[in-house]
Design a protein around this ligand. Structure first.
Ligand SMILES: NC(=O)c1ccc[n+]([C@@H]2O[C@H](COP(=O)([O-])OP(=O)(O)OC[C@H]3O[C@@H](n4cnc5c(N)ncnc54)[C@H](OP(=O)(O)O)[C@@H]3O)[C@@H](O)[C@H]2O)c1
Length: 274
């Protein structure tokens, strides 16, 4: 394989769907990997927890879960990896939900392992930490809110919903992958990648109402009512990821600065456009 061949693990993710056409347009041959049915010959159906990488490429865009990366790198010829952690590694550390604390701890540990392994194997690495991702209707944040509004005609928040958010479009993250690949200054660095607009949770929900052609109907409800509501809808698969910790964060600011990414590789994410 020449140096213009790249492997994309997590090809069916939100970012992967935008990344594949971008890197193809940039002249890469691609081997795309996920566990879903392949959609073309360049797409392999592989569970990466059970396999080593199927081709000897030197470039890896790893968009599958970060904890799966160290094992893949350990048995590979990769020389350049661009991958994703999350700003949750900071924001969920003090969550009231033990599962969320564990996610933050796993991400922190995975970042450390990836960096150590890359240094041992002389692999150039870049780790991105996005804020909440949206963009192709399969996320559990913006699309979830839209689905709730479509189904119930209103959206509930605890208190005023004043916590600040910076939703980031998956396409801006896909573009960032190529920008980072093309900028050697990004080698062996981590970047927080937030969206191009900071807005309150409530404003974000209002924008989603407008995008559906609906007048916002946001109802403030007390926490105990919320808990009952969550209990009564989490049996539906679409809402099974909801937790009380998630909704109590509605009034907390989750903001991260992306100036370093702008300075190093010209990262310029779009404003929120659900
Ligand atoms: N969603 C967010 O708001 C958010 C925020 C910050 C950071 N992140 C991080 O950004 C990255 C992408 O997030 P996302 O939400 O777009 O991803 P996602 O929808 O969770 O997709 C993960 C991808 O990894 C693949 N995958 C998972 N396990 C696999 C396995 N064992 N073998 C092969 N493929 C596997 C999945 O495909 P199959 O299921 O088809 O295998 C899918 O393509 C992740 O690292 C995530 O932690 C996400």
């Amino acid at each position: 394989m020449d140096f213009k061949h790249a492997i994309v693990t997590g090809a069916s993710s939100q970012i992967g769907r935008f990344l594949l056409p971008h890197i193809q347009a940039a002249g890469f041959e691609i081997t795309a990997i996920s566990r879903q049915e392949p959609i073309n010959k360049a797409w392999l159906q592989i569970d990466i927890t059970k396999n080593i990488l199927p081709v000897k490429s030197k470039i890896l865009f790893h968009i599958a879960p970060l904890p799966l990366l160290p094992q893949l790198l350990a048995n590979s010829n990769i020389k350049r990896v661009i991958t994703f952690s999350s700003t949750s590694r900071f924001s969920k550390t003090s969550s009231s939900d033990v599962k969320e604390q564990q996610i933050a701890a796993q991400l922190t540990e995975a970042e450390t392992q990836v960096i150590e392994l890359c240094e041992q194997q002389q692999i150039a690495w870049t780790i991105f930490r996005p804020t909440l991702i949206y963009g192709c209707g399969i996320d559990k944040n913006v699309s979830f809110i839209a689905e709730f509004i479509r189904r119930f005609g209103f959206f509930p928040v605890i208190g005023k919903g004043i916590g600040l958010r910076q939703p980031v479009h998956a396409d801006d993250l896909a573009i960032a992958c190529l920008q980072a690949y093309n900028s050697s200054i990004t080698i062996n660095k981590t970047y927080n990648l937030s969206g191009g607009q900071t807005l309150t949770y409530r404003d974000m929900v209002e924008e989603i109402f407008y995008s559906l052609g609906k007048k916002p109907r946001i109802i403030s409800i007390p926490l105990f009512v919320f808990k009952i509501l969550i209990h009564s809808i989490t049996w539906l698969p679409k809402f099974s990821h909801l937790s009380t910790a998630m909704v109590t964060r509605i009034n907390q600011n989750l903001c991260f600065d992306h100036t370093a990414a702008y300075n190093d590789f010209g990262y310029q994410p779009r404003t929120f456009n659900p």
